[in-house]
Design a protein around this ligand. Structure first.
Ligand code: NI
Length: 174
């Protein structure tokens, strides 16, 4: 396992529509493991293959919903890790929500983006078997952000406003 270099704008790989994956070989397994390591190290909650310079339809997502106990202490929720190949949004809610996003490939910028509140994503797991994920809230947002990446779309394209965050302004970075 190894860390990969995260590419940033204006690298053209971030603007390309990535190609589908049809070989589930050792190189792909290594790429997935490296992307998970790279995402955790960053740290981020999602990463798409074009962000490590590879124009292929692969995303990794790791996210857990935090909750608050009765004393207002933050309890970190259990994290779920997804590696998804050729992901496709097959269903969306009519309801949307605004949220603030950042991106590992666009350091120093955040934006307010409208996303579907709930989605269903279909794709393949690392062995090439079909998988389906129903996601809502932040998890749904992360999937939409990562799937945008493999289509050459980055969050400022969709943002209603973008700004440079204050140092104390903490956002989840995808
Ligand atoms: Ni991103």
């Amino acid at each position: 396992m190894a860390l990969r270099k995260i590419v940033t704008l204006p690298d053209p790989v971030l603007r390309k529509k990535a190609r589908p994956i049809n070989k589930f070989d050792k190189d792909l397994q290594t790429l997935i493991d490296d992307m998970v390591d790279t995402m955790r190290e960053a740290p981020g909650v999602g990463l798409a293959a074009p962000q490590v310079g590879i124009s292929e339809r692969l995303i990794v997502v790791e996210y857990g919903e935090d909750t608050e106990d009765e004393n207002g202490e933050i309890i970190e929720g259990p994290k779920r890790l997804f590696a998804m190949i050729n992901p496709e949004i097959v269903k969306t809610s009519t309801e949307t929500e605004l949220g603030v996003e950042g991106c590992l490939s666009i350091p120093g910028l955040v934006g307010e983006v409208e996303r579907f509140s709930t989605i269903q994503v279909k794709g393949l797991n690392r062995r090439g078997q079909p998988m389906k994920v129903k996601a809502e809230g932040w998890l749904a947002r992360i999937f939409q952000h990562e799937i945008d990446h493999i289509n050459g779309v980055v969050f400022p394209d969709r943002a209603t406003k973008v700004w440079k965050p204050e140092p104390e302004e903490e956002e989840e970075i995808v």
